[in-house]
Design a binder for this molecule. Structure first.
Ligand code: ZN
Ligand code: ZN
Length: 375
């Protein structure tokens, strides 16, 4: 989809532009959508969810149905291993059962959603809570020694990450900090990612830890109730997810992308990740649709947003605008026209700091948009 949008600065004939719809087919849907980049599929995945099999309040089938609506390509079922407050009502001793229920439903009714098995290793700090996903048997993780749990998860080729590292019950100041146990797990290759965003919570320190220790940057819903209510989906909200740049829409490709750190967290309309992931996503999302002379030598540049994100841009280049100050907001799938003053005789670049994106703590990426001046 969106194949009709050409690269930055590519001049389209004006009659063609006028005839084309500005809004792609998926624009009215709630699905989380970003354009593909660099030969990769851009996929939304949710690696942290609960159902009534631990402390969630819905049957696992609902998780699949929500994922289908949200355009979530891969859903991990990650019940707490050590916390089963509903065991009196749902006394199933098989820790793979929630996954089995979800996977069976997806296989029959929602083939677009890949369901993978997982578990939440729920311990005091350290290590706090950690998820293992792509498990083959969650029951084998029921061990007293937490180091043995990490080793068993890795024996199963799981992708393992640290959950909500700044969770106030375990970090009363809300600041994520590594312990020697975490450093050891990372050094031994047993811990592969970190939640930089868990539901509506963000951790700048977790982002820095991910950058310093080469961990995957993750966003997760950690949903216990209903996505629609927790995230006000009908009011324009979206669940927190990880965007993954995967070669294919398969579990194996997504696992490879996670281990290769081709990820970004997408939380409350904030895009958080490594510069080499976030900037291509921004470049693919925001394109020049049209450049024309407004009057005199003032040019009107029309930008189109090909994603479901709303971008908040601050012009940081030398250009000044005829129709506004330095702030440009572009809603999901919207176009916005900005008029650039000056002589504008040679091609130039617009430079924007993307204020709702982060590539390091307090660091917004800069997006360069090439503009070709019409003859
Ligand atoms: Zn937890
Ligand atoms: Zn959880």
């Amino acid at each position: 989809m969106n194949e009709w949008v050409n690269g930055p600065g590519v001049a389209l004939t004006l009659s063609l532009v006028a005839a084309m719809p500005v809004t792609p087919a998926g624009a009215q849907s709630r699905a989380i959508e970003f354009p593909d980049v660099g030969g990769y599929r851009t996929l939304a995945v949710d690696l942290h969810t609960h159902s009534v099999f631990s402390d969630g309040s819905v049957w696992p089938v609902i998780r699949v149905q929500e994922s289908e609506r949200d355009g979530v390509a891969l859903l991990a079922v990650t019940e707490h291993l050590e916390y089963q407050p509903r065991a009196a009502d749902i006394p199933n001793p098989d820790r793979n059962r929630a996954f089995a229920v979800a996977a069976e439903y997806a296989g029959a009714e929602a083939p677009g959603v890949i369901v993978v098995n997982g578990a939440e290793i729920s311990r005091d700090m350290p290590p706090g809570h950690c998820n293992a996903v792509f498990l083959s048997d969650a029951n084998a993780l029921l061990r007293d020694d937490v180091m043995e749990v990490f080793e068993e998860a890795n024996r199963q080729d799981a992708f393992v990450f640290w959950n909500h590292p700044n969770w106030i019950p375990q970090r009363r100041d809300g600041v994520a900090r590594l312990t020697d146990m975490h450093r050891g797990l990372i050094a031994d290759g047993l811990l592969h990612g970190i939640e930089v965003a868990n539901a509506h919570v963000y951790s700048a320190e977790a982002l820095q830890i991910a950058l310093d220790y080469d961990l995957a940057i993750l966003g997760v819903s950690d949903i216990h109730g209903l996505v629609d209510w927790e995230y006000d989906v009908h009011g324009g909200g979206h669940r927190t997810v990880t965007l993954v740049l995967a070669e294919e829409r398969t579990a194996e490709s997504i696992r490879e992308a996670l281990h290769a750190n081709r990820t970004a967290a997408w939380k409350d309309n904030e895009l958080i990740g490594r510069e080499e992931v976030v900037v291509p996503l921004l470049e693919a999302s925001l394109r020049v649709l049209d450049v024309r002379v407004r009057r005199g030598s003032v040019l009107t540049v029309t930008l189109v947003n090909r994603s479901g994100a709303s971008f908040n841009l601050l012009s940081v280049g030398p250009q000044r605008f005829y129709d506004r100050g330095a702030v440009v907001n572009v809603g999901p799938y919207e176009t916005v026209a900005v008029s650039v003053t000056g002589e504008n005789r040679a091609d130039f670049e617009l430079s924007f700091a993307v204020l709702n994106a982060l590539v390091a703590p307090e660091t917004h990426p800069t997006l360069q948009i090439a503009v070709e001046v019409p003859e």
